[in-house]
Design a protein around this ligand. Sequence first.
Ligand code: GLU
Length: 480
Amino acid sequence: MTAVVTRFAPSPTGFMHVGGVRTALYSWLYARKHGGRFILRIEDTDKEREVAGAIPHIIESLAWLGIEWDEGIDRGGPHAPYLQSERLDLYRSYAHTLIAAGHAYPDPYTETEVEAFRKKAEEEKRPFLFRDHRPETSDTWDGTKPLRFRAPRIIRYEWNDLARGRLGAGEEAVDDFILIKGDGYPTYNFAHIVDDIEMGVTHVMRGEEFISSTPKYLSLYEALGVTPPAFVTMPVILSPDGKKKLSKRDGAKDILEYRNEGYLPEALMNFLALLGWNPGTEQEFFSKDELIRTFDLSRIQISGAGFDEIKLLSVNQHWMRQLSLENFIAQGGFSTFDISKLKKTVPLLKERAHTFAEAREMLSGELSCLFSEPTLERDRLVAKEPIERSGMTLSALKSLYEAIKTIPDGVSAEAVKDVLMPLANAEEAKGKGGRGAMLWPLRYTLSGQERSPDPFTLISILGSDEALSRIRKAIGILEG
Ligand code: GLU
């Protein structure tokens, strides 16, 4: 069996989005699984659609995700160059082979003439086929005219798609399409086939928009006398409600935006792998190595895959939780926060945050009290005090103060709770709501916020001394 060779061949026409990255991922996984090679080739033959900066962006996105290529742009290899615009001589030489064998001819018409043929066909309500206007004789091709493929008359094309099974299309599918344009650049249809042949590609994975053109590719392979590679069609990615194709509005964004928002590459890889492929088990979380081991083509689904952002958040949270304390801090972008306090806060962040951006927001929001002393308001301190038990907040804080003095530093939230809860329960015994009336001012005293972690967790992170100092301040306000 020949070794597996796959490739990712993006056109540099914009940023990398989830669809493109998923194609790269599946191609890469398949090559890795079979000990094959994965190539990164840039298809830049449509100079009008090219976007500046797109190539470095593609490279950066794949590198961030950990999808390494064995040969290709920025890396070199036996089939260099990997930029199609630098391979024009090669396409020309294939073109001459096709001309010599009678499979290609220069288009003798002007654009206006071709347009007139098209219009006439439309008026007569029949499909426009260039091959109906094929000239009897051809000039030699000097490279200034488009070069067209002489499409064979084949009744029906059928082929096997490794994800979709048997696919087919009728004769109208293949016309005399352009191989090389008047500007000297090859079309996608031609260039990618030349390159896939030259680079020994065995499996081509791409979106379903290419199915209708597959008969063209098959007839070109035939004309060149080469066996086509295996085709694998990716399922379309749908919006979260599953009703339409994923658009920018429903989250089809630049993959590097996920990095900026504090997603982990292992999470994106895990999530994208399952977006259109299923392992056949209930397993939800896959490391890179597990994916390489488990991935196969037969479980690529045919129907569209809904893009579920909530799922992505939970996958990201899972991978954030796997990080060691040091890695969590190193990757989180937390440089503005006090490191020793941060270390104590990491377990809380792992429990609550789904992304590093969310973690940073928490540190400046509901968890900011762990880094700086809050300002307290008297009205808020007594907000939960029952009318019939006036002065209760003050006495509650005083007894809590005495109890907290006995708590050593470095103990767990559970241990703090064991010391303080009996006091709160005793208050509850005196009157319904007493527990809350005691714990609310404690939590507010420590955090200065309506919402925060529970007071036991806060004390275990802040340490008793800091907690006592904050309680003294609250007592001062109530007595003042
Ligand atoms: N250059 C094509 C694109 O970006 C790639 C299609 C293919 O993989 O053959 O859409």
